[in-house]
Design a protein around this ligand. Structure first.
Ligand code: NAD
Length: 503
């Protein structure tokens, strides 16, 4: 366990959170806007807020303070059924709209989201623990971009699939994780609606608030009832949704373990499936790279969003000749990462999302240290309350270590070395995952040579963790199948009828 975990900082200046009140964060210059959080949230079904049949609710907390933010509904089988039926009723009308009309709704949603950007950024930061500068600069604008981008396709489906007749699939059941709650909701909903499908979305149980608030935006945009339904709950709700016979497609983002379960649950039912699962990306740094820039890329690759990123560059493969120099530079840079209040605009790394995730990170770090790897942690004062872990790096790691093989999903970098490009590629591909990879080198030809050989859905060159709605995202092997974003992402939401080209 990190020695820093024992340290505390004065939390007296922190604001007290109370139900149903307008909260002002005196300590957070960037978050002085107000965000009101209702004490209780119901299910969004058929365009209206609906109490769960069981009457059951559970708390969602701020991981930086462990204070309850609100209660959300636990949807049971009957609630799931009601949501799917609402989406089924809405489908014929939504499908019959012209692409241009569907686009108008999507554009409207995107614009309202941007108008309410500050509110969404603060809410996401509170419910998730990620720094406000990330929700402000990445999560919310990118979520809006996904609606803008897919609005652009809604009336151009015939251009996307020339010679064929694209038709929507029907009701799509979508289950998302907690690490990018609003962004994942946008990734899922925008292409589904653009193609003419209707949706039942289940956000993660530990970060449901922005997906629920998005329902307000949908209402504001005048989206017809039933086109998007949002049901909250834990894994049982997700299970009931993916097993519902009324679905034409399931789109899942989450762990490989649950992805495999879902694959079994939909097998043989004629239900379309896309899975966006875990990762263990290699970030390869060659000796000829611009090392200072590479340090920035590696830091962004693993410490962005506290490392709660499926495509995080969690394995650093650095060429042996520059290993010591690079590690020294990294250590110096890690010491400058500011960990603390997620609402402070100067914070680089916020809170670990949950107690369970913190326990997993600690367990894997303990395994790394026991296995003989050397742990380096940035010295920082961690708040006494909430879930925190300092930026951490392991050197002397070998491929057999658990920290080199398993997804930590936290701010923990495992450093390995290589001598030749062949060895770098071989080590990069030596994983059960295949979501992303990064290459840092001065030589264009080497980038192409490596990228061609890396078994990863996304390969970043001299950059890392850059996202764009126009760029397809997805994995190979145990990272899942299907793509989200770009033209390829739209393919997952249509069936192709007629024409000469293969679907
Ligand atoms: P998780 O698999 O535990 O949960 C994801 C969602 O599935 C949650 O909404 C959960 O309630 C639901 N769920 C749980 N059990 C279910 C079941 N049996 N049937 C249906 N739904 C069920 O994952 P998590 O801990 O929320 O998220 C972290 C994981 O997500 C990491 O492995 C990460 O790599 C992955 N992820 C992947 C991508 C990607 O695009 N590839 C993006 C973000 C996160």
């Amino acid at each position: 366990m990190a020695k820093n975990d024992q340290k505390t900082q004065d939390s007296a200046a922190k604001p007290e959170l109370e139900f149903g009140r307008v909260w002002r964060y005196e300590q957070a210059p960037e978050a002085t806007d107000h965000v009101t959080i209702a004490p209780r949230h119901e299910l969004f079904v058929d365009g209206a807020w609906t109490k769960p049949k069981s009457g059951e609710h559970f708390a969602t907390i701020d991981p930086a303070t462990e204070k309850t933010l609100s209660e959300v509904a636990q949807a049971g089988d009957k609630d799931v059924d009601a949501a799917v039926k609402a989406a089924q009723r809405a489908f014929p009308k939504w499908k019959a709209l012209s692409g241009e009309d569907r686009a108008r709704y999507l554009f409207r949603i995107a614009r309202i989201l941007l108008e309410r950007a500050r509110e969404f950024a603060v809410l996401e930061t509170l419910d998730n623990g990620k720094p406000i500068k990330e929700t402000r600069d990445v999560d919310v604008p990118l979520a809006a971009q996904h609606f803008f981008y897919h609005a652009g396709w809604a009336d151009k489906l015939d251009l996307l699939f020339p010679g064929q007749t694209p038709a929507p699939l029907g009701v799509v059941g979508q289950v998302i994780p907690w690490n990018f709650p609003l962004l994942m909701a946008a990734w899922k909903i925008a292409p589904a609606l653009a193609a003419g499908n209707t949706v039942v979305l289940k956000p993660a149980e530990t970060s449901p608030l922005t997906a629920l608030r998005l329902c307000e935006v949908l209402q504001q945009a005048g989206l017809p009832p039933g086109v998007v339904n949002v049901i909250t709950g834990d894994g049982r709700t997700g299970q009931a949704l993916v097993r519902h016979p009324g679905l034409a497609k399931v789109a899942f983002t989450g762990s490989t373990e649950v992805g495999k379960e879902i694959q079994k649950a939909v097998a043989g039912r004629g239900v379309e499936l896309t899975l966006e699962l875990g990762g263990k990306a290699a970030h390869v740094v060659f000796e000829d790279a611009a090392l200072d820039q590479a340090v920035e890329g590696v830091v962004r690759g693993i410490f962005f969003n506290q490392g709660h990123v499926c495509c995080a560059g969690s394995r650093l493969l650095v060429q042996e000749s520059v290993h010591d120099l690079f590690v020294e530079k990294l250590q110096r840079r890690m010491a400058r990462i500011r960990v603390g209040s997620p609402l402070d605009k100067n914070t680089d790394m916020g809170a670990i999302h949950s107690k369970a995730q913190l326990a997993r990170i600690r367990e894997l770090c303990a395994a790394g240290a026991e296995g003989g790897a050397s742990m380096h942690q940035a010295a920082c004062d961690l708040p006494g309350k909430g879930f925190w872990f300092p930026p951490t790096m392991f050197t002397g790691v070998s491929m057999s270590h658990r920290i080199a093989r398993e997804e930590v999903f936290g701010p923990v970098l495992a450093v390995l070395t290589f001598r030749t490009p062949e060895e770098a590629v071989e080590k990069a591909n030596n994983t059960s995952y295949g979501l992303s990879a990064g290459i840092w080198t001065d030589k264009g030809a080497r980038i192409l040579w490596c990228a061609e050989r890396m078994k990863a859905g996304v390969v970043w060159n001299n950059t890392f963790n850059r996202f764009d709605a126009a760029s397809p995202f997805g994995g190979f092997k145990e990272s899942g199948f299907g793509r989200e974003g770009g033209r390829q992402g739209m393919r997952a939401y249509v069936k192709l009828e007629g024409g000469l080209l293969p679907g």
